[in-house]
Design a protein around this ligand. Sequence first.
Ligand code: ZN
Length: 195
Amino acid sequence: MGDYFQTVVDLDATEEEAAALGVRALDWLVAEGIVAAERTDCVLGGGGFGHAPGPQYARAVDDPEPVNLWSNGLRIQTGRTVFDSGQGEPEAARCPLCRTDVRFVDDNWNEIDGAWDPFKGTFEEWSEGGGPGLVHCPACERPSGVDRWTWEDDYFVCGTLGFTFWNWAELTFDFTRDLGRALGGHRTVVLRGKL
Ligand SMILES: [Zn+2]
């Protein structure tokens, strides 16, 4: 079993606007009846507190069955965060400058020696240290912040605002589009994973 999660990450929110945008999106989610306004003990991480499904929860998902698990809420995270899909290994990352893919595993899923080296410590530096987390691309040898790299299958996404729904049925395209609209038309990406 395990707990299944979906995280909608805002790709455009700046650090300065993330908290206010999170509040705005929550207001919209509550007004739509998707989640409850009050915070209760219903999510994993973040001290366990989040927003339980609201009376119109079914409008956001492709299966209207209620979620009966304890961990069935929404957790909103703001500030520099490395969102991930929780399982397996990252396969590849793409340099934002030269568009070359750095591969971490070979065709047999064996780790490629040294492939991870340019990335070592950069997530921590970016998310916790507030630094740029520079990665020196092995192909073009130019540095760029780790938050600008794109990961195959969105294995990692660096963002400043994320909405994690615990154990909900699959979020519909219409719902994630409308959430993006509530975020001022920002681009979003959905990460799906299991703990
Ligand atoms: Zn490059």
